[in-house]
Ligand binder design. Structure first.
Ligand SMILES: [Zn+2]
Length: 408
């Protein structure tokens, strides 16, 4: 008798709890939709119009489609992905290039190196950290900086980067996350594909190989969206598709050999292909600057204090005393000769048209068939915060007012 009473009581408690969870989850799903942020690395603003991407074209037609997404300077992969996910300029989130030296810490940062996951490099708050602070589950199927060595600064679920990981496996991984029960299922997910960048670098921005790879990538997206539609969840998801930067073609006629201008004994050079950090050795500061100035042709040379404000690069321990940047389409050489396996690149002034990236978005919170002019990628973080109703409790460079018009 006693047992039955206890059982009945437990049943009552459970059903109350269940009703409460249902109430919570319905309130949640009514207001906050799961958002998937997809990056197509190096997918230039104009690739969608080439006729190789019918899935992307449909998203662009039905949702929000920007004429371009302006990257931050430098228009390199890590600085831009981290600006997208933090709303900060590289000078403020700390990843000022794919390769740089911290002159205060006396340590080098290079992407892909195990030390690059050390939390102290990353000065900004990634959106998945904001999610976790707000008790929202976040997941990342690859994104630069998602592999932070500090567990608390990573998404709840993540994968260590594996360049050759099959694309369908990535998509199926995301689909599996979306099958998890409420309470375990991520409400924010990132997904990353490298092929537009890799094929662009190797074959050129107008190559058949790049177009073919974009076509293959489109069919991966088509599979992904079809699966979401079959499960009848596509219409309740926000999907934002971005790229980090564009791509421009190089030529062996447009190279500048920095080693021929500055002898090794004068300075240390960290060459990021189209911009370089030049740290003169003791007593050679003026000499190195003069040599670079005298030879200035198809590049700009700046003393650290003279770097243009729009680069947001000054006052940073990770910027060398002298900084050089090549004109769009020109390449800095140091040790390696020009290679026909590296025929296009990016990283230039973020005003260069070929550096402009892609933005499109579809879902219940976005306007329909809304074609707009350029957007800035630093405004995506505040946009995400708006979608989830998160208060921004720290200083950012992005501005919600610049982008809020794309929401319903
Ligand atoms: Zn990239």
């Amino acid at each position: 008798m006693k047992k039955t009473y206890l059982k009945a009581n437990l049943k009552y408690i459970f059903s109350l709890q269940f009703a409460f969870i249902l109430l919570l989850s319905s309130a949640f799903s009514k207001d906050i939709h799961t958002t998937i942020l997809i990056s197509l690395d190096g997918f230039r603003y104009d690739y969608t119009e080439r006729g190789f991407n019918s899935t992307l074209k449909d998203v662009a037609k039905e949702g929000v489609y920007a004429a371009y997404l302006q990257p931050v300077f430098p228009s390199s992969t890590f600085p831009n992905h981290i600006s997208i996910i933090t709303g900060l300029y590289p000078g403020n989130h700390g990843i000022v290039a794919n390769n740089f030296f911290d002159y205060k810490k006396n340590e080098q940062y290079s992407i892909g190196k195990p030390e690059a996951t050390n939390s102290s490099w990353y000065l900004g708050e990634a959106f998945w950290e904001t999610c976790r602070k707000n008790n929202v589950i976040a997941a990342s199927y690859f994104w630069p900086s998602s592999e932070n060595a500090d567990e608390k600064r990573r998404p709840n679920y993540y994968h260590p980067y594996e360049h050759k990981r099959d694309y369908l496996e990535r998509v199926n991984g995301v689909l599996d996350w979306l099958k998890l029960p409420i309470g375990e299922q991520p409400k924010f997910i990132t997904l990353y594909f490298d092929s537009p960048d890799s094929y662009g670098h190797n074959y050129g921005s107008n190559s058949r190989e790049l177009n073919e790879s974009n076509k293959a990538l489109d069919s991966v997206l088509s599979y992904f969206f079809t699966e979401l539609k079959n499960r009848k969840i596509f219409d309740s998801l926000n999907i934002i598709i971005v790229s980090d930067h564009g791509m421009t073609d190089l030529s062996k006629e447009r190279t500048i050999n920095l080693k021929q201008i500055i002898p090794d004994e004068y300075a240390t050079i960290i060459n990021n292909s189209v911009y370089a950090f030049i740290q003169p050795k003791e007593g050679f500061n003026q000499k190195v600057y003069e040599l670079l100035k005298q030879n200035q042709n198809y590049y700009e040379v700046y003393k650290k204090s003279e770097i243009p404000q729009r680069y947001h690069y000054k006052n940073n321990d990770r910027i060398s005393d002298i900084f050089v940047i090549a004109d769009c389409g020109w390449l800095f050489l140091t040790d390696r000769p020009f290679s026909d396996k590296y025929v296009a690149t990016h990283g230039y002034d973020n005003r260069c048209m070929d550096m402009q990236a892609t933005f499109m978005a579809i879902g219940p919170d976005f306007k329909k068939s809304y074609r707009i002019n350029g957007l800035r990628n630093i405004d995506i973080y505040p946009l995400l915060c708006e979608l989830y109703g998160f208060e921004i409790d720290h200083k950012i460079d992005g501005d919600l007012q610049e982008i809020i018009h794309i929401l319903k």
